[in-house]
Design a binder for this molecule. Structure first.
Ligand code: ATP
Ligand code: MG
Length: 387
């Protein structure tokens, strides 16, 4: 019977929370493959087992499970009863006709009551495979590795071990609001927080009708891509043009970006309160652009009492781009658009904004009214994966 054996690492280290985290992982795995013909998912000691139905789409299952956070690695395995003869004959049957010149057997015995030790099992089954296939044993560079796991009630064997996405199951670390532009950085920041177990609610600010709608479409596409890690997402599209117009009418150019950002924090915070989110996530990286100097970051974060998580703060642009390519968001982010923060700002904004100056200009604006406007006019969209 073909199954997927899923191993977790970090989840297992969380003593008190472990049963809850395992349950979350189980639920997330079930969501990720729910339309692909799997029959059940159950907990085994230290592992999860997905039983696949006939005709299940293995390639797609492999892709999907590789997106689920909390998975250390996984294998497609055959399940047999935990006795040596049955195990051996199933292995011999499965490798029948597979051409390979060398092989090794790698046994893990979680059931210490099993009559043979792991090396003994390796030797015994190794001898049978050798005789049947004519292949030689090669412990270093085997063409085929046969992995065996002996658990108290089942034995499993398989031929591959696929790396998982690591981290913690989404939901294990609560909820946060991710400020997502159409750029390269914010989707990577979102990915990294989801990998740490955060469930994200997304917020995108756009300057329609002053700028075109490309950034909104990019934000939608990026959220859809990221949803394959958390299965359902909500995106708030906040019209920011009118708010920017009011800022522009009162504030000189150099400070505008900092004011835009502070408004984003306030509106993000308001949405976070409504969504029970405990933090804001941004794609800021120290000194990448003028608005991201130490001074400006400090002034920006004073606009909210929520913690601001900046998972990219110490990464350089190339590292971020490399990760964006690996997680599949780069191509969408690279589509040209106009970000709302480019509206009515100078080439060289202030790099050392002072809180007192910023608060002084803000005192001439109706900040609560502007915040409320943003929240009230936000449009909500729902995403799910699989669609
Ligand atoms: P990104 O590639 O994520 O746009 P960036 O390097 O262009 O980042 P900024 O434009 O300074 O940097 O934006 C810094 C952060 O502020 C972004 O990573 C994002 O979290 C948030 N942000 C900027 N613009 C928007 C927007 N239009 N909607 C939502 N969040 C935004
Ligand atoms: Mg940007």
């Amino acid at each position: 019977m073909l199954c997927v054996l899923v191993r977790y690492h970090e989840v297992a280290l969380k003593k008190g929370n472990r049963p809850y985290f395992v349950e979350l992982l189980k639920r997330n795995l079930a969501s990720s493959v729910r339309d692909l013909g799997f029959e059940e998912i159950k907990s085994l000691p230290g592992r999860l087992l997905l039983r696949l139905g006939d005709g299940a789409d293995h390639e797609e299952i492999r892709r999907r499970i590789a997106w689920v956070f909390g998975v250390a690695n996984f294998s497609f395995v055959e399940r047999t009863s935990p006795d040596l003869d049955t195990l051996q004959s199933s292995i011999l049957e499965t490798i029948n006709g597979q051409g390979f010149a060398s092989f090794r057997i790698d046994t893990k015995r979680a059931d210490k009551d099993f009559p043979l030790t792991s090396p003994e099992i390796n030797r015994k089954i190794g001898a049978a495979v050798k005789e049947k296939s004519g292949a030689r044993v090669d412990l270093k560079n085997a063409e085929l590795t046969i992995s065996i796991e002996i658990l108290p009630r089942d034995a499993f064997f398989g031929f591959d071990k696929i790396s998982g996405a690591g981290g913690l199951p989404v939901g294990a670390s609560g909820r946060a609001v991710s400020l997502i532009s159409g750029g390269i950085d914010s989707p990577v920041a979102a990915y990294r927080m989801m990998q740490r177990g955060c469930r994200l609610i997304f917020v995108h600010f756009h300057s329609a009708p002053y700028l075109d709608k490309t950034s909104q479409e990019k934000a939608r596409q990026l959220v859809q891509l990221l949803t394959r890690h958390q299965f359902t997402s909500r995106l708030y599209l906040v019209p920011f043009g009118e708010i920017q117009r009011q800022i522009v009418a009162t504030v000189l150019r150099p400070l505008r970006v900092v004011l835009y950002r502070r408004m984003m924090m306030r509106i993000g915070e308001s949405i976070a309160r409504r969504e029970k989110g405990g933090a804001l996530v941004t794609g800021e990286s120290l000194a990448q652009v003028a608005s991201q100097t130490l001074e400006n970051l400090a002034v920006i974060e004073k606009a909210t009492t929520l913690s601001i998580l900046r998972p990219l703060v110490g990464m350089d642009k190339q590292e971020i781009i490399d990760q964006a390519r690996r997680i599949g968001t780069f191509e969408t982010s690279a589509i040209p658009d106009q970000d709302c923060c480019q509206l009515f700002v100078p080439k060289h904004p202030a790099t050392k904004a002072k809180l007192a100056d910023v608060e002084n200009v803000e005192s001439r604006l109706d900040i609560p009214g502007m915040t409320q406007l943003g929240v009230e006019q936000a449009e909500r969209e729902e995403f799910s994966f699989p669609a």
